[in-house]
Design a binder for this molecule. Structure first.
Ligand SMILES: *Cc1c(COP(=O)(O)O)cnc(C)c1O
Length: 429
């Protein structure tokens, strides 16, 4: 990292008296007490990320629906519920989690391309706020399920604005050639069909163009494309009560400088105002940008393995804990937890930081300059989103402990899996 690049998650993760702290707590003490791998979240960082959105929405009619899949820990969900947020869910499991954490059902929107009839029935039973419909076939099935319960299902159509979010192909969702949403050209016809279905109530329109988006242009382009459809749909006599712009705003992993939510939304509203839509009810579904920089993963260096071409640093966290590098070749900043070890890195040896899992894809960072000794602790940054929520028990490794820190107050929000838990659902024949 260059000296001009702040630590991801700064100022909530910061060096103080030579040691890495989360808010007021030295992380090394947390690792000693709770073991590693260990996820540590900063509540002040969650607050600050949410405040950046809220600042952009002042005087506007906007509701925030936190995307549960980014980090579905119950205490994280409760924090957002207590701040007045709704939730964007993609499964029955996420629905039950959100409700267990105190969510208001009317503030829940249900996204995802493959909702089952069972999931639809459960969500209708709770009277959630909106189903974000992703295909014509799904619309017909939801109408049938709602009919069987003698209710009307509130829906929005997820349209595919066909804009390039310029992000990794696996997390780009707004282009024509992917499985998400209804093609722009089909959208009006599908809205007309929805308006005729007796057990469907058309509420809105939504889009979600991708994730880890670090520029403003794709959002503004998508908004224009969506507003074109709002014009057409309303001209056809189908009023829309909300416009949901999805999530996708990026965070800092390395040296990215993604737009600040409030700046982005100042521009979004300028565009909406210019087209006469500034007073509408807008919705957003941020995930990563609310939690990603609010967490780190602490891991211990088990072994150093010098090689001819490169050195390996084998740590006790792995792809089952932090799947993003293996899945998307994603970069996470990694540092030691003593400030001295983060200086003069140009002269430090080059390592691949790898986990113990039996896969060559099991790496956390490649070609990193690090001053290291066996037994050192490393911090993997930007681990608040799509890390623990994607964690698995591969190699029968327990999922890690999670802590939520508020000032000097530390709370365990998830215990490490036990060996008994990992085997509990299985039958021994
Ligand atoms: C994943 C997802 C989100 C959240 O995306 P982030 O990039 O984490 O902000 C929002 N809406 C939908 C439909 C999603 O699938």
């Amino acid at each position: 990292m260059s000296t001009s690049t702040p630590l991801p998650g700064a100022p909530f993760f910061h060096f103080h008296d030579g040691a890495l702290h989360v808010e007021q707590v030295p992380v090394a003490a947390l690792a000693r007490e709770h073991g590693t791998p260990l996820f540590v979240y900063s509540q002040a960082a969650l607050s600050a990320a949410l405040a950046a959105y809220q600042a952009g929405f002042e005087g506007r009619n906007v509701s925030i629906h936190y995307a549960v899949k980014a980090n579905s820990n119950l205490s994280i969900l409760r924090f957002f519920a207590q701040q007045g947020c709704g939730f964007d869910i993609v499964s029955e499991g996420e629905l039950e989690r959100a409700l267990a954490a105190g969510a208001t059902p009317e503030k829940i929107v249900f996204s995802g391309v493959g909702k089952t009839r069972h999931e639809m029935r459960v969500a209708l039973g709770y009277q959630i706020g909106c189903f974000n419909i992703e295909s014509e076939a799904e619309l017909e099935v939801l109408n049938e399920v709602a009919q069987s319960l003698n209710v009307r299902a509130p829906i929005s159509l997820r349209v595919n604005p066909d804009v390039d979010a310029q992000t990794h192909p696996y997390i780009s969702t707004g282009l024509k050639n992917n499985k998400f949403g209804i093609a722009h050209e089909r959208a009006l016809a599908v809205f007309q069909r929805a308006a005729q279905l007796p057990h469907i109530a058309v509420k809105g329109i939504d889009c979600h163009i991708g994730s880890q988006i670090t520029t403003e242009a794709p959002y503004l382009d998508a908004l224009d494309r969506v507003l074109d459809l709002v014009d057409a749909v309303e001209a056809a006599g189908i009023p829309l009560s909300h416009i949901d712009c999805g999530g996708g705003l990026g965070i800092q992993y390395q040296d990215e400088k993604p737009p600040v939510a409030s700046d982005l939304w100042a521009k979004m509203f300028a565009r909406a105002d210019a087209r006469g839509y500034g007073e509408r009810h807008f919705m957003v579904e941020p995930g990563r940008s609310l939690v990603g920089n609010a967490g780190i993963c602490l891991t211990e260096v088990l072994y150093l393995k010098p090689g001819e071409e490169k050195h390996f640093c084998i740590v006790d966290a792995a792809m089952n804990d932090l799947p993003r590098p293996a899945m998307y070749q994603a970069y996470h900043t990694i540092t030691g937890v003593q400030e001295a070890a983060t200086q003069n890195l140009a002269s430090a040896p080059l390592y691949d930081v790898v986990g113990p899992v039996c896969e060559s894809g099991d790496w956390l960072g490649r070609d990193r300059h690090l001053h290291l000794q066996q037994g050192d602790l490393l911090a993997v940054y930007s681990a608040g989103a799509y890390s623990m929520s994607m964690a698995s028990n591969y190699n029968t490794r327990p999922r890690a402990v999670e802590l939520l820190v508020d000032g000097s107050h530390v709370r365990v929000v998830r215990q490490r899996d036990t060996l008994a838990q990992m085997m509990q659902a299985e039958q021994l024949l």
